[in-house]
Design a protein around this ligand. Structure first.
Ligand code: SF4
Ligand code: SF4
Length: 446
């Protein structure tokens, strides 16, 4: 193990920025739950500083506090001192992994298989996705569950099995050509298809490409793409995150593009920080700066280029089974934390939804509060994740909305689970705003 304490190696100004005012406390879901100072942003920053100063050892208790933090960055939005909590949090998790204070061989093996193998090899990840799809499609999963086999699994594996998401092929490379273009393109953009997004929501990637085409873009979509590395960075694997950033910089012709488009809020906030991640890599730092300047979340880009309002409403059948014919479609919007707090993109998704004919937007209480998805939080902190989801679903039920829109695959997956599970909200459609936009553009042609 190298001797460098990652928190100690941080620029000290980042560590001492917090002035202990407590303005962030009411916005923190974990502090709200426990009311413990150590589970608040201020408390966690204090713990990190103690570790950096060598007054506190990285213990299992410290590791648990870092794991309990959602990384939702609501504290960053609330902070008047401009604390860079994202950097502090990722570095602290990195230090926990470096010192290997938690977990045994099994945890290390699972992390190696997922973070070092599957999520670094896009072809292998797709092969795994296809195998999982066959397992689900051929009824093996249902049979396994009907026979009660998960009951003999260890508790953690049983929980994982119950949460296995439904894989939805065809994947992005079968839905989107490497180059597609509007008739007289004004912009040349690249579309990032993601890793989880590719396996579970390739339809959203197709919808994103359609909306870009309808707005005068030439769209480059390399058929095989790498994970952006946010999963790795958020889980303390900063070297793996750097490796993936370099691979992406090699893959895309950054200098020839007007924008690099992502439709995943969680990925976007990481993708915009490649230069920071590669700050001491002389070979890549300049290109990373160029990359950061061109990465755009799809909502941000569409508003920037004056998105063309669709002339028709999305078809009711495609939008919600609850919509009576001739009535407005009631839509509510839940902000992805990393879109809102990480990238400060708040108004653009709402402005886009308001462009769609036949749509009425209703506010979602606490739409800026984490839904409990938070990367792998559903696996690492299932109880707290479930509490946050239940709170979200209660608010959703209070809106009467027929459609819940959100701009991040992790949130969509979490919200779909909640909407399907809760009888009051069953039948509510959960989708990405670009799906509604693309359906409206398609309806124009009918
Ligand atoms: S990232 Fe979210 S959970 Fe973590 S300290 Fe900040 S507000 Fe609390
Ligand atoms: S709001 Fe900012 S400065 Fe104030 S306690 Fe929280 S992190 Fe520290």
């Amino acid at each position: 193990m190298p001797e460098v304490n990652l928190l100690k190696s941080l620029d000290y100004s980042v560590l001492q920025q917090c002035m202990h005012c407590g303005m962030c406390l009411p916005t923190c879901p974990t502090y709200d739950e426990t009311k413990f100072e150590r589970s608040s942003p201020r408390g966690r920053i204090r713990l990190m500083r103690e570790v950096a100063d060598g007054r506190l050892a990285v213990s299992p208790a410290f590791a648990e506090e870092m794991s309990y933090c959602l990384g939702c960055l609501a504290c960053q939005t609330a902070c008047p001192a401009g604390v860079d909590y994202a950097t502090l949090f990722e570095t602290a998790r990195g230090e926990v992994e470096r010192q290997q204070v938690v977990g045994g061989l099994r945890r290390r093996f699972i992390r190696w298989v997922t973070l070092s193998v599957l999520f670094r090899r896009p072809r292998l990840l797709r092969a795994f996705g296809r195998a999982l799809w066959l397992y689900q499609r051929l009824g093996v999963q249902s049979a396994v569950r009907a026979l009660g086999i998960p009951r003999i699994l260890p508790k953690r594996l049983r929980r994982l099995e119950a949460m296995t998401p439904t894989v939805r092929p065809p994947f992005s490379n079968k839905r989107i050509q490497p180059t597609e273009s509007a008739s007289q393109p004004k912009y040349r953009v690249a579309l990032l298809t993601g890793c989880v997004q590719d396996l579970l929501y390739a339809n959203i990637n197709r919808a994103t490409a359609d909306v870009l085409l309808a707005n005068g873009c030439e769209v480059l979509t390399p058929p095989v793409q790498y994970c952006c590395g946010s999963l790795h960075a958020h889980n303390g694997e900063l070297d793996l995150a750097r490796d993936l950033a370099r691979k992406n910089l090699d893959l895309f012709p950054v200098a020839e593009l007007d924008a690099i488009i992502t439709n995943a809020g969680g990925c976007g906030s990481h993708l915009k920080k490649y230069a920071e991640l590669l700050h001491d890599d002389a070979a890549y730092h300049e290109r990373a700066k160029q990359w950061d300047a061109k990465v755009r979340d799809i909502h941000e880009w569409l508003i920037q280029i004056n998105c063309r309002p669709p002339k028709a409403a999305p078809l009711p059948a495609a939008s919600s089974s609850l919509q009576p014919p001739g009535s407005s479609l009631l839509i509510t919007y839940d902000a992805s934390c990393h879109l809102l707090h990480g990238q400060k993109i708040a108004r653009q998704p709402l402005e886009l939804l308001r462009l769609i004919p036949g749509v009425k937007l209703v506010p979602l209480p606490e739409s800026d509060w984490c839904c409990g998805a938070a990367g792998v939080y559903t696996i690492t902190q299932p109880e707290q994740s479930a509490k946050l989801l239940a709170r979200k679903i209660d608010h959703l039920a209070s809106t009467g909305a027929q459609v819940l829109a959100s701009g991040n695959p992790g949130c969509l997956l979490q919200l779909e689970t909640g909407a399907g599970r809760d009888l009051r909200t069953a039948g509510i459609r959960v989708c990405h705003p670009v799906e509604l936009l693309s359906e409206a553009y398609r309806a124009e042609q009918r």
